[in-house]
Design a protein around this ligand. Structure first.
Ligand code: GLC
Ligand code: CA
Length: 550
């Protein structure tokens, strides 16, 4: 092993488990119906009890909230709906007392159109901030090209003051920043260093694969200068402190991921890749066009990422985030086997190599919702609904897509208890609470040793106890088996085996397998093992052995 790799091996985040908070839906302290920083502070005990090491906080900076904070108008201030800079400093300090680090969400691909930079930029072509954004000359009504924005419509918007179009990959209120401009890059580094000084533990980088766009060539992700920009960014900021950094990269392949998460630490700690997430989206189709989950493909994808990044990069492990439907509703069973399947999905993921992320409510087995369209708040969902109605899609088909894929599935308020509004707020919640909170809530699970919460808590504890979780080499078992997802992790000293029935049919182990009693059961999702060689619906087991004992 090279010297740098050894240094990287010791990184704290290799044994860490990170919890994502979507602030507006987590906990409301002042009754305005929107979660806030004081709300998070009041739940630090809960998070410590779960055992997590860090919180990834979705954006809390000042923002007109066109995309719930992913449109930032001041990177160095907190949005009043969440609190103040003082609250943020308090959160960082109090979290530290609970041995929890705060990871901020950096939205560097675009700013809000209400950011001072953009307000200036659109005044005149000569304005010093003009070149902070991406402009193209043109005639009103004839955009430079037909590139589409992620939230509907074209990616170009006309500004009459300058008689130019600006480029936006997301909403019109999210103009793309021009990373080609060294002055802009310098401002970004200064801002990040200011947050590092405040004591944050790391950063999640929003759509970071899209910063080096070249709209004239219709390039959005993986632009030619992407890794050059990332190396500079990392050198000027992250490398000065012991931080964790995770880039959101929808376009990441294993080859790209090895660049991003190179153990030499020249770019980021890791990336969120989405190959395992996009499997129920057909080639060339949109995420709203539903298709079934190809199970063997899911196994192949995980196996490949585990193998390819072994000692050459680092994986992030996740099923959920604020943009995705709830995993138990998607690939588990959110009715009869909700508890079993939620635990199975947790055990399956947490045994792998990488840093696991838990999205708020995942540790309770929170589920998707099916609301009337008026209840949805997400800009993407609302635009999609209009767009498809206009294209003539039947309403019930559109709603089926929304039930399955809307980002609001993840954004309903955290279910704390069985009281009013699930204990999320004293006021009127900004988005409707999932009506199943009477049954699914934190209070009923915290003290229950058989709860989904307890399962997550145990998985976090085990990861810290056995080095094989961070270090073991991955080997898929029974690759072609159409029901079982099973793998082994191996180091010189230890072995870990994870065996999961991914479906609701009872199933036997593949016939060639003989019972081996040298394994110790670390965790499973049924009270006891009934028949060792038979897996009940969604049954999941994690075994361990010390090679010396055999
Ligand atoms: C990322 C965020 C998403 C946001 C988008 C634009 O994908 O996770 O919530 O809408 O970037 O910032
Ligand atoms: Ca509030």
């Amino acid at each position: 092993m090279k010297k740098e790799e050894k240094i990287q091996e010791k990184k704290w985040w290799k044994n860490a488990v990170i919890y994502q908070i979507y602030p507006r839906s987590f906990s409301d302290s002042n009754g305005d119906g929107i979660g806030d920083l004081q709300g998070i502070i009041s739940k630090l005990d809960y998070l410590e009890q779960l055992g997590i090491d860090a919180i990834w906080l979705s954006p809390v900076c000042r923002s007109p909230q066109d995309d719930n904070g992913y449109d930032i108008s001041d990177y160095q201030d907190i949005d009043p709906i969440f609190g103040s800079l003082k609250d943020m400093e308090e959160l960082i300090a109090k979290a530290k007392e609970h041995r929890i680090r705060i990871i901020m969400d950096l939205v560097l691909n675009h700013s809000s159109d209400e950011h001072y930079w953009f307000q200036e930029a659109k005044k005149s072509r000569e304005n010093p901030y003009h070149d902070y954004y991406i402009w193209r000359d043109g005639v009103k009504g004839t955009p430079p090209n037909q590139m589409k924005a992620a939230f509907g419509g074209l990616a170009w918007e006309w500004v009459s003051e300058v008689e130019q179009y600006y480029f936006h990959q997301f909403s019109v209120k999210q103009p793309d920043l021009n990373w080609e401009n060294p002055k802009l890059r310098k401002e970004i580094y200064d801002m990040i260093n200011w947050w590092i000084e405040k004591g944050v533990g790391g950063f999640r980088l929003d759509v970071i694969d899209q910063i080096a766009k070249e709209p004239d060539r219709q390039i959005t992700s993986n632009g030619p200068r992407l890794h050059e920009f990332l190396k500079e960014l990392s050198k000027e900021t992250f490398q000065k402190a012991d931080l964790v950094t995770v880039g959101e990269a929808w376009s990441a392949t294993t080859e790209f991921a090895k660049l991003y998460s190179n153990p030499d630490n020249s770019e980021l700690s890791m990336v969120f890749q989405f190959e395992h997430i996009c499997l129920d989206q057909e080639e060339g189709k949109e995420k709203w066009d539903l298709s079934p989950l190809p199970f063997l493909k899911l196994k192949e994808v995980f196996s490949r990422w585990q193998k390819e990044l072994y000692q050459k990069g680092w994986n992030s492990l996740f099923w959920n985030n604020h943009d995705l439907p709830r995993i138990v509703s998607r690939w588990g069973n959110d009715e009869v086997y909700r508890v079993e399947s939620a635990k199975m999905l947790a055990i399956l993921l947490h045994g792998m190599q990488g840093t696991p992320y838990i999205y708020q409510g995942e540790e309770l087995g929170m589920t998707n919702v099916a609301y009337p369209i008026e209840e949805y708040q997400d800009i993407e969902t609302k635009n999609l609904y209009q767009e498809r109605l206009e294209k003539g899609y039947p309403k019930d088909e559109i709603m089926r897509s929304i039930y399955a894929k809307s980002r609001d599935n993840a954004r309903t308020p955290m279910q704390w208890n069985s009281q009013k509004n699930a204990g999320f707020t004293e006021g009127t919640p900004w988005i409707k609470v999932n009506p199943n909170y009477l049954e699914i809530n934190a209070q009923s699970q915290i003290e229950d040793a058989d709860s989904i919460f307890a399962c997550y808590k145990n998985l976090i504890r085990l990861r810290k106890e056995y080095p094989v979780f961070a270090d073991g080499e991955f080997q898929m078992l029974w690759e072609q088996d159409e029901h079982i997802f099973a793998y082994i992790r191996t180091t010189k000293e230890e072995q870990l085996a994870v065996i999961c029935n991914f479906f609701e049919q009872t199933i036997s182990f593949p016939q060639t397998q003989k019972e081996d009693t040298s394994w110790k059961l670390l965790i499973c999702n049924y009270k006891e093992i009934d028949q060792p060689m038979i897996l009940r619906p969604y049954e999941a087991r994690m075994y361990w052995k010390n090679k010396k004992d055999v």
